[in-house]
Design a protein around this ligand. Structure first.
Ligand code: FEO
Length: 402
């Protein structure tokens, strides 16, 4: 049976939800699943915007068959060639052999790399920036969005209904529970954390390119945002565009403190908990504590994109940084985390060294500084050190308030 919804009188969501996949890109846990969105425009000509992941083949083609209702498919617009969206191109051509593929020159390069398809030139349309394609009443305009999130990415603006098909931009993790519009759910409660985790980990590295796309989008009159993952936006678009603007400028969403600790036997953890208690007692409300060993790094990255201040606490290991903490710092660098204030708590039973090493990795992050002095422990934070921990807390708090 088909599982489609109209997003306007003549445009349908024909995507699929995946609640079986454990790891998106075989890296990121998706406990709430993920949607692979595809859209079908029915006009004098019919046009499908993107396909879905290979595992969604059966429901996807049921949806297309239902919406086409015996009509032929004229165009496939390929906005993005990552396999979570392109995997069914070859199957689509087998089922609709007359379809014309629309993409840019890099799209076709990647089609050749991924598939053994030999389409006649008459079934290919290579588009460039601001090229257009008429479907009848609907007119598609194409805008290149390189590195949001791959080099071939483009977005498609439909002029008559003012819809931006935005590829990975404005996507989120999380399957759509029948409610395909953001205004049908409590987005802040149910999806914002997954949206940020998706953004920070998938597109986070490419802030400058997202900013370039936001500039292009600002010149368009957009009434609806249709991403390749997560809900469609038809109300309050500025709210979510604002989030993307903040994230892509690497500005924190909230002034507050996230404490990320690694602890072998609970002593560093104890110091981190004591600090959290002190900060909460002093009125810091945007406050979170994570165990780096038991929290997936994608969640930690998401929280690092959210908070203005990050306290890292870790033991020394092999004369350097405890491995899970080193991995987190490596990801922060890879994803371009910038503009944050850090504070450090280190531990080491005979030669605490990890603070110095963490500091040097933080100095490699753009516009990130470390609040001095760090809080250094030998084995455990004894009650006799409460004065020093209080001073450390005061320095963090003063920086948040500033
Ligand atoms: Fe959802 Fe970059 O693919």
């Amino acid at each position: 049976m088909q599982c489609t919804r109209k997003i306007t009188d003549s445009i349908y969501w024909v995507g699929v939800n995946d609640r079986r996949l454990n790891l998106f890109e075989n890296i990121f846990p998706i406990p709430k699943g993920v949607s692979y969105n595809a859209y079908l425009i029915t006009d004098e000509k019919t046009a499908l915007l993107d396909t879905v992941d290979g595992d969604g083949k059966r429901p996807f083609f049921e949806n297309i068959r239902y919406v086409l209702d015996g009509r032929k498919l004229d165009y496939l617009i390929v906005n993005h060639m990552e396999p979570d969206h392109c995997a069914n191109i070859e199957n689509l051509i087998r089922l609709y052999p007359e379809v014309t593929i629309v993409g840019n020159s890099k799209t076709f390069q990647m089609i050749d790399q991924f598939f053994d398809i030999s389409l006649p030139e008459t079934q290919k349309i290579v588009v460039k920036e601001k090229d257009s394609l008429s479907l009848g009443r609907h007119e598609l305009h194409f805008y290149m969005a390189p590195m949001v999130h791959w080099p071939e990415v483009m977005v498609t603006y439909e002029v008559s209904e003012k819809i931006l098909f935005s590829a990975d931009a404005f996507g989120t993790f999380g399957a759509l529970d029948g409610r395909i519009f953001a205004d049908e759910m409590d987005f802040d409660r149910d999806m914002l954390d997954e949206a940020r985790r998706y953004y920070a980990n998938i597109v986070g590295k490419y802030g400058a390119q997202v900013q370039a796309l936001l500039k292009k989008a600002a010149a368009l009159d957009i009434r609806m945002l249709c991403p390749l993952h997560g809900p469609v936006w038809r109300e309050n678009l500025d709210y979510f565009i604002g989030k993307y603007d903040l994230w892509s400028r690497y500005e924190p969403e909230v002034p507050g403190v996230v404490i990320m600790y690694a602890s072998m036997y609970g002593n560093t953890e104890n110091a981190a908990n004591a600090l959290a208690m002190m900060l909460a007692e002093d009125g810091i409300r945007n406050l979170a504590v994570y165990d780096v060993s038991t929290t997936h790094v994608s969640e930690l990255i998401s929280e690092a994109f959210k908070y203005s201040h990050i306290v890292l606490a870790a033991p020394t290991y092999n004369g350097g940084i405890y491995p899970v903490m080193a991995n987190l710092l490596h990801d922060m660098k890879a994803l371009n985390l910038s503009n944050r204030r850090f504070a450090l708590m280190e531990n080491g039973t005979w030669a605490p060294m990890c603070g110095k090493n963490i500091k040097s990795m933080i100095e490699d992050l753009k516009n990130c500084t470390v609040i001095e002095p760090m809080f250094s422990m030998k084995s455990a934070a004894k009650t006799s050190r409460i004065g020093e921990l209080t001073d450390f807390k005061e320095a963090v708090k003063a920086s948040v308030k500033a």
